[in-house]
Design a protein. Structure first.
Length: 478
């Protein structure tokens, strides 16, 4: 299996290099030979661009390596591949520009400098970026389809053993069974707490206790051991990890929420004294400035593009019900500070005058007919781009909650207030995974904490993309 993975990685490296070279040559032809783009400064010889091909052959795989494309994972999504290939292609272009400029300046002989032997026009770089992305992503999608067909046919499956038949272990089993295209086959469970119960879960057998795991992994030729034990069994987990470390099995620990918090802790130094920071987040300093720049760019663009739809919706609200067009409400944001959120009014005017703050429900009588559509489609939230531009919110982040409810939740749900370490967002990791509206609050917090602890520009772009392709309608939005 290791040899198979190495061959697959080698195939990807070689094909990425060849596709990059091909894309660069095609970009030259499209720019200078087809007449699609007017040539005003003369046509450089093809040999001048052939000088750059060695750089392309090396820098394209380098860009993809930096994006983790050669760390093969069966659970990697198409969206992850999309952004990894896109960003890797951009890195290859940036590296290529730097490498050719540096070589032409410091290493090229005088004759080569005079003829511009390493000069590449900007349109060629742009065409190369687009072509390389399309060719590489298409090739990887074709390879994914070939592999998934093999796995559906039962060829090349990874054999899985799950340690823990409780709620967490069953969740792992559900996910694997729901995604058979990943090429996993669950052999069964091992667990101490279900001794004597050999029925297992969803037809999967209970093969033995945790002490039997090492012997079972060898006997059943297990490829992956998923450890899904609750926190109170951490001693048994350590014993299990020690026992299975002697076997040829890939061990993966599935943490619950409390374990996630512990595993993400960062070790700091206080003049030689080790200190564990359990609430450290990456969205600080320079990262915060980058995210703010993205928010400004996207909110300005969105307000410009959506100006007419926003005007139409404002007119419809005014014509169909009494009251103001916009609804302003206090929400809690970054560092627990309150701000005023702006939304299209979707309820009758003064709807909470008698009830006070309460959760919205399906077929809520306080909601207008137009307001029900606005809520279902999330169009009532379009004015929040103004909150983003003002700096109250971000495009991506945990959804903001009302202080009244925050006061209740922070005493009931551990780590709830950690979600206020970043700005609230129009959309978020919990929302694109289906956890919004009338769904378990604990799951929303779990996904919010994952986002906060794993923030990156790439993750933000992925969430924005998922928000667009999954649509704005949601069964729990009311």
């Amino acid at each position: 299996m290791i040899r198979h993975n190495r061959l697959l990685v080698a195939f990807h490296v070689i094909s990425d290099s060849l596709l990059g070279v091909s894309a660069f040559i095609v970009a030259y032809v499209l720019r200078f030979q087809t007449g699609l783009i007017p040539v005003t400064k003369g046509t450089p010889p093809l040999s001048q661009y052939l000088n750059v091909l060695p750089f392309i052959a090396v820098l394209v795989p380098l860009g993809f390596q930096l994006q983790g494309l050669y760390r093969l994972r069966r659970g990697r999504s198409r969206v992850d591949d999309f952004f990894a290939v896109f960003v890797g292609s951009i890195l290859a272009v940036v590296f290529g520009i730097v490498a050719t400029t540096y070589t032409a300046t410091y290493f090229a002989p005088p004759a080569a400098k005079a003829t511009g032997a390493f000069e590449v026009s900007q349109p060629v770089w742009l065409l190369f970026l687009a072509l390389n992305f399309v060719l590489t992503f298409s090739t990887r999608e074709l390879m994914r389809e070939v592999l998934e067909r093999r796995w559906r046919a039962g060829i090349g499956l990874k054999r899985i053993l799950i340690a823990g038949s409780g709620e967490l272990g069953r969740l792992v089993a559900d996910k694997i069974l729901e995604h058979r295209e990943l090429g996993y086959q669950i052999v069964g469970f091992v667990d101490d707490r279900a001794a004597g119960d050999h029925l297992g879960y969803r037809g999967l057998p209970l093969l033995g206790t945790l002490d039997d795991a090492a012997e079972i992994t060898t006997r059943e030729a297990i490829d992956h051991l998923y450890v899904a034990l609750p926190p109170e069994q951490h001693v048994r987990m350590l014993e299990l990890l020690d026992n299975t470390s002697r076997e040829m099995v890939d061990v993966k620990v599935v943490p619950d929420l409390l374990q996630v918090i512990a595993l993400r802790a960062r070790l700091e130094d206080l003049d030689g004294v080790p200190v564990i920071n359990v609430n450290d987040v990456p969205l600080q300093g320079f990262n915060s400035a980058v995210k703010r720049a993205i928010d400004i760019a996207f909110s300005v663009a969105a307000l410009a593009v959506l100006a007419v739809p926003i005007g139409v919706l404002a007119a419809l609200i005014k014509l169909t019900s009494r009251g103001p067009v916009f609804y302003r409400q206090e929400r809690m944001g970054l560092d627990g500070k309150s701000f005023t959120i702006v939304k299209f009014r979707s309820m009758h005017d003064n709807a909470e005058q008698d009830t006070g703050p309460v959760w919205a429900t399906d077929f809520d009588p306080r909601v207008t007919r137009l307001g029900r559509f606005l809520r279902r489609s999330s169009l009532d939230e379009l004015p929040q781009f103004w909150n983003v531009l003002r700096g109250d919110m971000s495009i991506v982040g945990p959804r903001p909650e009302r202080p009244h409810f925050v006061g209740q939740f922070k005493h009931k749900i551990p780590q709830y207030m950690l979600r206020h370490k970043v700005k609230a967002g129009l959309t978020g990791w919990a929302q694109v995974n289906g956890w919004r509206g009338n769904t378990p609050l604990e799951k929303r917090i779990e996904y919010d904490l994952y986002y906060i602890e794993n923030w990156s520009v790439r993750l933000d772009l992925k969430i924005m993309w998922l928000t667009l392709i999954k649509g704005f309608f949601h069964k729990h939005a009311y």
